[in-house]
Design a binder for this molecule. Sequence first.
Ligand SMILES: *Cc1c(COP(=O)(O)O)cnc(C)c1O
Length: 376
Amino acid sequence: MIPFLDLKQVNAPYMNVLKEAAAAVVESGWYIRGSYCERFEKKFAAYCGYAHGVGVGNGLDALTLMLRAEIELGRLALGDEILVPANTYIATVLAINAAGLVPVLVEPDERTFNIDPAKLAAVCSEKTRGILAVHLYGRLADMPAISAFAKARNLLVFEDAAQSHGAKSAAIKSAAVAYSFYPTKNLGALGDAGMVVTDDADLARVVRMLGNYGSEQKYVNKYRGVNSRLDEIQAAFLLSKLPHLDAWNERRRAIVARYCREINNSLIRLPEIPADPREHVWHVFTLRTPDGKTREALQKHLETRGIGTLIFYPIPPHLQQAYAAGAESESFLLPVDPKFPIAEKMAETVLSIPVSQVLTDDEVTEVIGALNEFGR
Ligand SMILES: *Cc1c(COP(=O)(O)O)cnc(C)c1O
């Protein structure tokens, strides 16, 4: 059996360190936003190359609060349009709505799975104020092209980096970057956790306040905030796991190098390794099949071989019931073109296979063998 991802196996090598971290927090008597949170915020922001980090409850809140903070600071206004890839996880789109902004879906690039910079101009209106790029599957979106476009149109750029911890870009900075530390992510907590990183001290301060009932002084509430704070125990776990992140990502790249070299089957289209391999941390390894029927057969075939697979994602946001036409009138999804054939075709034909750092060489060989036998 090769499960898609076994979290117990992921955390087992660090059992003692994690137990010690938990015990230290229990003994400290301080459980939310304390010294572990502060240390992790500093360490992780520095790791990402940003000046400030604000720990929050989860990735969705990181996305929502960074956008809400820009509204509180007067740089975005309710109803402004934000460009976002049509094939993202629904959280990215929900966050834009939750902040009172309007998501405008943009088709992805078939080659990279990320937002297609060539399609930005066609959907950009005078109400467009920002772009929320998503580094889907762990591959950085084309930030040089996105930033250049944003600069020319005076748009704010944000990043959803929930799948790309440790991916390195060529020194292009955004207004803010949102991270999730959901247990399955490349850097995962043992529960929910998230963070906003930014160079903007004002933005960091407002995000921190918004996550604490809109307050920075006890019982004085400047904003209508929420409760979204990083637990000490999760911060302590993440602090002890962060030093290993680069090695885990390297191991993922080594597995991918073998997949791309050794998988050879005309029914399977492999993802591309970027010219600079540091731009991809392979949160998932996503294959494509010619059609939905072939994907179903491939998934079945792998299942009979005891190999776990997952589909990221079977239904794109615009086809979800949550976004059925007329669901809401105020914060409404605005499809410039109601059809997204590329995103829909991807949802029908993508299939992700195991790629986590805990796979052994023998398991990688087994996965490759099963894929090469498919359809023969
Ligand atoms: C996981 C994920 C999120 C949401 O993170 P949570 O911590 O689960 O709220 C947002 N965007 C993307 C692309 C994700 O993969």
